[in-house]
Design a protein around this ligand. Structure first.
Ligand SMILES: Nc1nc2c(c(=O)[nH]1)N[C@H]1C(S)=C(S)[C@@H](COP(=O)(O)OP(=O)(O)OC[C@H]3O[C@@H](n4cnc5c(=O)[nH]c(N)nc54)[C@H](O)[C@@H]3O)O[C@H]1N2
Ligand SMILES: Nc1nc2c(c(=O)[nH]1)N[C@H]1C(S)=C(S)[C@@H](COP(=O)(O)OP(=O)(O)OC[C@H]3O[C@@H](n4cnc5c(=O)[nH]c(N)nc54)[C@H](O)[C@@H]3O)O[C@H]1N2
Ligand code: SF4
Ligand SMILES: [Mo]
Length: 697
């Protein structure tokens, strides 16, 4: 139609699906008028989730930040005055210079970012170069996936990966700590296609999630005990001769040691006692898993996701689960194996984008989940004097929220926040910078849930004075007097450089623009580990890990209990008896979209699901307002009594903005900054609480 153009864009959010989208723009007003899924994407096939169907409301939201702001009231109050970009950049660089030449030095400056956008350029490119060049503290980005990534790496030398499109060929599908129907809905749709061809879908989850409710079988495991279940499965597979001798012999290391370990230590009775599942459930699960091909007509697939690794033993849980497809030999078959993430399959030149060679030797690293400790001067190294937040909203999503907020209130802390909205974190900032949305900037995308590369061209001009991340760091670098050849490089040049590796042979920006999503250079029905080829030092699937032994840890898979485990911490559990999980709901993407009215209405108030026996003991009825708390803090939610959790477990969903809650805190007031066993990962779901009826009921 005259006056309308269509632009292909990419959903930038932290979601494995990385949808291709099509946006219609009125060329007269330069306004986006419609956004829908792009049917031509072979994996995401034209449908978007509930959240991103509201993307235009987000882009044109009246609360979008339109120009830089400087704080005028007390920290956290949210009073600001308008500032020019020149003045904002000058103020930031002056403060950075002051700190860098002070006794504390540049490591007193802490960048803080995560995955507000997953685009290669705006997730991490000139920003990384800038903070490395400045000599700022390094940030270990552990808030989401690092325990599982580390655990998988011990066993496979890689992230557990298979070709997600072959999911339709799987016949026994396990959602293990994965709310696939909500957090990875395009994979869920392939699981359903497999089901129409005879597949059985099983979900291992302490909560009867949407995925569990729609599966053929829900295994309500006790939180944080998945390694024990996986080892119990291994026990039964070996005991019943369900293992693939040939695969084990050729491609695995430490089979006899593992066999002995599970025979002696992980009999179904002991596993039942740890996991809260029955012996019958464990026996049936292992038997069906081991007999998938004969009983269901095809291989078994484990979708192992990040939900289960947010625990003290989360790394070991993923390490252990990753052993199972090697025992059964399921890696041999299209549709079989295990899937954690496809991200490392993309051969992007990250060293070009980020220039880690600029890092000064000896620079300290701050684990991002310990922001509370960092802001209170409790970590080794200089105190944090300046914090630069972008692509992240830690005041809402980081653990130990009360202490995070108290740290952000420090008068001697200089905080800059670059975002599209005045988030909980931005409300504490000294300087707020307005960011563009995906429709307003260029980016290049991999994915962590499929195998296609995509480019995102801007569809509309930036709203008011909003700027993309790369542009902000160009301005800061110029103002700091940093080398033009490192920083005055265009977004397109960055993208071309990122694609200039042998793995991307034939995949160019021009082709991506002309053709849309392009599959990586991999064969159809890709089976990465069909003939071993693991990334471990031995090249084998390492049941026995020499690297773990050298690190002073048990070289074999084993069960690591949660930090806050009623079985091992009875004194703590006497005060706080309930294990709380707090996974995302469908309406928000972490804290993004939590300020969109339609989605806020859809999500409703924060709820707490609790088992009838636990509710009865506390006089709690559905609909009552309850207070959930522990020594770290507390928050309020509406009770929903039901058998969606087992006794001893409670569940709440979605991270609402703290400023929208009654008492200024969400569920992260109770979560802990303790790290997981591997990878320094977050332990959001390793959290003992007590629940009481609020007085106002
Ligand atoms: N709608 C929506 N989609 C999202 C997101 C969102 O916020 N909203 N976030 C995105 C991001 S950043 C990520 S990392 C992914 C996360 O996606 P998933 O990996 O699916 O993670 P969660 O939904 O956090 O947890 C999955 C399930 O694990 C369960 N679980 C908790 N503890 C345990 C345990 O000890 N063992 C087992 N077996 N299960 C456990 C939870 O109850 C939950 O139902 O989703 C992405 N997709
Ligand atoms: N209790 C509990 N807490 C959790 C979780 C949980 O399941 N339970 N999940 C954890 C997980 S898995 C994750 S990944 C983290 C998520 O943590 P974060 O990555 O901090 O995610 P968001 O809260 O969505 O915040 C992203 C911010 O980036 C902004 N943004 C988006 N695009 C851009 C851009 O182009 N430029 C700039 N400058 N900003 C942009 C958005 O507006 C938003 O405010 O939360 C963790 N916290
Ligand atoms: S959030 Fe995920 S499912 Fe929703 S549109 Fe984006 S990539 Fe697709
Ligand atoms: Mo995440």
């Amino acid at each position: 139609m005259l006056g309308l153009k269509t632009v292909r864009v990419v959903c930038p959010h932290d979601c494995p699906d990385t949808c291709s989208m099509s946006v219609t723009v009125d060329t007269t007003t330069q306004r986006a008028v419609q956004l829908r899924g792009d049917r031509e994407h072979p994996f995401t096939r034209g449908f978007l989730c509930q959240k991103v169907n509201h993307y235009l409301e987000r882009v044109y939201h009246p609360d979008r930040l339109r120009h830089p702001l400087r704080r005028v009231g007390p920290k956290g109050e949210g009073r600001f005055e308008r500032l020019s970009w020149d003045a904002a950049i000058a103020e930031i660089t002056n403060r950075f210079w002051e700190i860098a030449v002070s006794a504390h030095g540049p490591q007193a400056i802490l960048p803080y970012s995560y995955a507000g956008t997953m685009g290669k350029l705006h997730y991490g490119s000139l920003d990384r170069r800038f903070f490395y060049r400045l000599g700022a503290s390094l940030l270990d980005r552990t808030i989401c996936s690092s325990a599982g990534a580390a655990g998988s790496n011990v066993t496979l030398g890689a992230r557990a990966v298979m070709d997600p499109e072959t999911t339709v060929d799987a016949r026994y599908i396990i959602n293990w700590g994965s709310n696939t129907a909500v957090t990875n809905m395009h994979l869920w749709s392939l699981m359903h296609q497999a089901r129409t061809r005879g597949a059985k879908i099983v979900t291992v989850d302490p909560h009867r999630s949407r995925t569990a409710a729609r599966s053929d079988w829900w295994l309500p495991i006790r939180p944080g005990t998945d390694a024990a279940l996986a080892l119990g499965v291994a026990h039964i597979l070996f005991r019943d001769g369900l293992h693939d001798h040939d695969y084990l012999e050729r491609y695995c290391l430490g089979t006899s040691e593992l066999q002995e370990r599970v025979r002696n230590e992980y009999a179904p009775e002991r596993v039942a006692q740890i996991t809260g599942l029955t012996v019958a459930e464990i026996e049936q699960f292992a038997s069906e898993y081991g007999r998938a091909r004969s009983q269901f007509g095809g291989p078994a697939l484990i979708r192992v996701n990040y939900g289960l690794q947010r625990h003290g033993g989360g790394g070991m849980a993923v390490r252990t689960i990753c052993c199972l497809p090697a025992i059964t030999g399921d890696w041999r078959y299209p549709g079989g194996g295990a899937l954690l993430s496809t991200s490392l399959t993309y051969p992007f030149d990250d060293a070009f984008l980020q220039r880690p060679n600029l890092i000064r030797p000896g620079t300290r690293t701050v684990n991002m989940i310990q922001l509370a400790e960092a802001l209170h001067g409790e970590l080794p190294g200089p105190p944090v004097q300046a914090l630069f937040v972008y692509n992240a909203n830690p005041a809402t999503v980081a653990p130990d929220q009360q202490r995070v907020h108290a740290g952000l209130r420090r008068d001697d802390l200089f905080t800059v926040v670059h975002d599209q909205f005045l988030t909980d974190t931005a409300r504490y900032a000294d300087i707020v910078l307005p960011a563009t949305t995906q429709l307003e900037h260029f980016d290049l995308h991999g994915s962590y849930g499929h195998l296609y590369v995509q480019v995102n061209d801007p569809a509309i001009p930036p709203l008011a004075e909003a700027k993309p991340n790369t542009e902000v760091f160009r301005l800061l670098a110029r103002s700091m007097g940093y080398e033009d050849e490192l920083f005055q490089i265009s977004d397109e040049e960055l993208a071309r450089g990122a694609l200039r590796t042998p793995g991307f042979a034939g995949i160019t920006l021009e082709r991506l623009r002309a053709e849309g999503p392009i599959r990586l250079n991999l064969p159809p029905n890709w089976t990465p580990f069909a003939e071993g080829n693991f990334g471990t030092p031995s090249g084998k699937c390492e049941f026995f890990s020499e690297r773990e032994r050298r690190a002073g840890r048990d070289p074999l898979p084993h069960y690591v209990p949660p930090h806050e485990d009623p079985q091992t911490q009875p004194e703590l559990a006497a005060r706080y008896p309930l294990q709380m999980v707090s996974p995302p709901g469908a309406a928000f993407l972490n804290s993004t979209f939590a300020n969109i009215d339609a989605l806020r209405q859809s999500a409703g108030e924060a709820v707490l699901e609790i088992h009838p026996s636990d509710a009865a003991q506390r006089g709690i009825f559905t609909g009552q307002l309850v207070q959930v708390g522990n020594d770290r803090g507390r928050f309020q939610a509406r009770a929903v009594v039901g058998e969606t959790v087992k006794p001893g477990v409670v569940a709440t969903f979605g991270t609402r903005w703290a400023c929208d809650t009654v008492d200024g805190y969400n569920c992260n007031a109770t979560t802990s900054t303790a790290t997981a066993d591997l990878g320094g990962g977050a332990t959001f779901f390793d959290n003992l609480v007590e629940v009481a009826v609020c007085e106002e009921n």
